[in-house]
Design a protein around this ligand. Structure first.
Ligand code: NAD
Ligand code: APR
Length: 233
């Protein structure tokens, strides 16, 4: 059975990382157009680096919870048939034991040179005048996909969705495309669909089934059922 799992900020909420659109979420405290768009970075790269340096510090000290660990177990049990796509830029899935995670919005622990495309492990603190290790240009940015930019590895994601027997969305509000459209792609391929969230997402109507509750509780319960051979949705 081919499973595609999409996670969003909600799966990291109980590890202490803020979500975006919940009460107190990042986009209620920061203007995303200033810190999560190419235009914002061009206007004020220091502010953008400050925003991501602060998130990098929080992410560095965060621990994976039972939901991440359960998905790690699932990915290790089904390495050839389970695909884990995350919109998150933290690495809590990796700390939970998952391998081969597709970070469609990039990763906070990676840096990118906007001049030559070189990528490297980001230092804890990045600044606008950091020279690129490859070309020495001072055009370094977090290796994160911003509003208006295309996500990474979309071909792989669309191929996995076209083969999916089951699509599971975990902890995402379904408010940002193209990720919010993955459930429709999976349905098109004949997959069953399941939403695991605190509450109904913006695309809840598109799912066959839903289970609402904390990711740290709902995700391990669902993974245990799948690994025990129970119907997954
Ligand atoms: P979108 O469809 O999510 O939002 C459209 C526009 O609405 C955005 O450009 C943004 O300016 C505005 N917007 C969305 N939510 C808002 C909010 N809460 N407050 C104020 N303004 C808000 O994004 P898009 O412009 O269509 O770009 C989608 C692409 O950007 C996708 O490829 C997605 O993967 C990527 N993306 C990445 C991030 C990130 O931080 N990594 C964030 C959002 C989108
Ligand atoms: N357990 C399960 N779900 C949770 C929990 C939890 N403990 N806490 C919050 N949630 C759910 C919320 O109900 C909401 O549906 O997680 C979702 C968080 O939604 P958003 O804050 O919109 O985050 P996300 O869906 O990941 O945003 C998508 O937008 O700004 C961009 O790049 C950013 O990748 C992000 C994208």
């Amino acid at each position: 059975m081919n499973i595609v799992i999409l996670t969003g900020a909600g799966i990291s909420a109980e590890s202490g990382l803020g979500t975006f659109r919940d009460v107190g979420g990042l986009w209620t405290r920061y203007d995303l157009n200033e810190v999560a768009t190419p235009e914002g970075f061009a206007r004020n790269p220091a502010l953008v680096h400050e925003f991501y340096n602060a998130r990098r510090a929080v992410c560095r000290d965060a621990a994976a919870h039972a939901g991440h660990l359960a998905l790690g177990r699932l990915m290790r049990a089904m390495p050839d048939t389970a695909t884990l796509v995350t919109q998150n830029i933290d690495t809590l899935h990796e700390r939970g034991g998952a391998k081969g995670v597709i970070h469609m919005h990039g990763r906070l622990d990676r840096a990118l040179c906007a001049a030559c495309g070189h990528r490297w492990d980001a230092p804890d603190i990045m600044a606008p005048d950091d020279p690129c290790p490859a070309c020495a240009a001072t055009a370094t940015r977090p290796d994160v996909v911003w509003f208006g930019e295309m996500p990474y590895r979309m071909d792989e994601i669309m191929a996995a969705l076209s083969r999916a027997d089951l699509f599971v969305a975990i902890g995402t509000s379904g408010s940002v495309y193209p990720a919010a459209g993955f459930v429709a792609e999976a349905r098109q391929a004949g997959a069953r669909t399941l939403e695991l969230n605190l509450e109904a997402s913006d695309v809840a109507h598109a799912f066959d089934k839903a289970r609402y509750g904390l990711a740290s509780e709902v995700v391990p319960a669902w993974v245990d059922e799948v690994l025990a051979g129970s119907p997954p949705a």
